[in-house]
Design a protein around this ligand. Structure first.
Ligand SMILES: C[S@@+](CC[C@H](N)C(=O)[O-])C[C@H]1O[C@@H](n2cnc3c(N)ncnc32)[C@H](O)[C@@H]1O
Length: 274
């Protein structure tokens, strides 16, 4: 009952592509089963086939649950270290200097998962860039998945999640322990905002950012979608703004107009044409 027929798999492949641009290759058949079994149980239906029928009927709750379950939300604090070192040493000092007169800074974590990426940036700003404490900061996190956006907003993390990359000093400084969870301090949480946003759909009119973190999400898209998303990200960067990608991601061959800068074991991308 938990196995997906070939027809179910092909339906789900197309459904996921339409909704999220996530490409589910043939060898990911197993992933449909492991990820959708909990959805089958929660929805109180008997099989993946019944989930498929619910989607065909337009059951919105099942649609959202299936997309949520099929996203990979792997993340951690200060993930990969090097991009955060580049933020500290190069990107933030430069964009802060460029914004001294405006006294504004806008940073977008554009596939934020449960929020660790954006909260890590907020901690760096708070701990190491006191000169922006009185500026207008817009620290924005977005994701396709409602489950992760809700969790990011809640600021509640388990001990296991905390153990993935958070320095002990930051645990003491930015969390309280409450009901078996670690909860982000209100002072930090009030500096960030989280919303749903689907990178693969046409982007609505929106503000520009000084820094966009678009990390570990392009890997799930096909080439045409990667190129489209990178073009949009470039269009929403301020002059000389920075784009940070995941280790396995690059704009090379997909979009023009970024200057690649090696930075301590990673590469960062500055928008050209300041
Ligand atoms: C592997 S996580 C990366 C999280 C974080 N950026 C990091 O590097 O640790 C990928 C995230 O991309 C989100 N995602 C997948 N497709 C998306 C889309 N079309 N629009 C927005 N977010 C998407 C997933 O929900 C997931 O939370």
């Amino acid at each position: 009952m938990t196995t997906a027929t070939t027809e179910d798999f092909h339906f789900l492949q197309q459904f996921l592509l339409d909704r999220s641009a996530i490409v589910l290759s043939e060898e990911k058949h197993y992933l449909v089963e492991t990820r959708l079994l909990p959805v089958v149980q929660r929805a109180g239906v008997g099989s993946i086939g019944e989930l498929v029928r619910a989607i065909r009927r337009g059951d919105r709750d099942v649609e959202v649950a299936v997309v949520d379950a099929m996203t990979t939300n792997e993340t951690s604090w200060f993930r990969d270290a090097a991009p955060f070192e580049a933020l500290r040493k190069i990107v933030l000092p430069e964009v802060i200097a460029a914004n001294v007169v405006r006294r504004k800074l806008s940073i977008w974590s554009a596939a934020c998962s449960t929020g660790q990426e954006l909260y890590s940036v907020a901690m760096i700003l708070d701990a190491e860039f006191s000169e922006v404490a009185s500026w207008k900061l817009d620290l924005h996190g977005t994701d396709l998945s409602t489950t992760v956006v809700d969790k990011a907003r809640s600021g509640h993390f388990t001990a296991l999640e905390i153990n993935r990359g958070l320095p002990a000093s930051h645990l003491v400084r930015y969390f309280r322990h409450e009901g078996g969870h670690y909860v982000i301090a209100d002072a930090l949480r009030s500096k960030v905002r989280f919303e749903l946003f689907n990178l693969a759909k046409p982007w609505p009119p929106m503000q520009d950012y000084d820094i966009i973190l678009l990390r570990n999400v392009l890997i799930y898209f096909d080439v045409a979608t990667k190129a489209k998303v990178l073009e949009e990200a470039k269009a929403h960067l301020r002059p000389s703004g920075y784009l940070l990608l995941g280790t396995a991601e690059s704009p090379r061959g997909l979009v023009e107009g970024f200057h690649s800068m090696p930075a301590g074991g990673t590469t960062i991308y500055r928008k050209e044409g300041a």
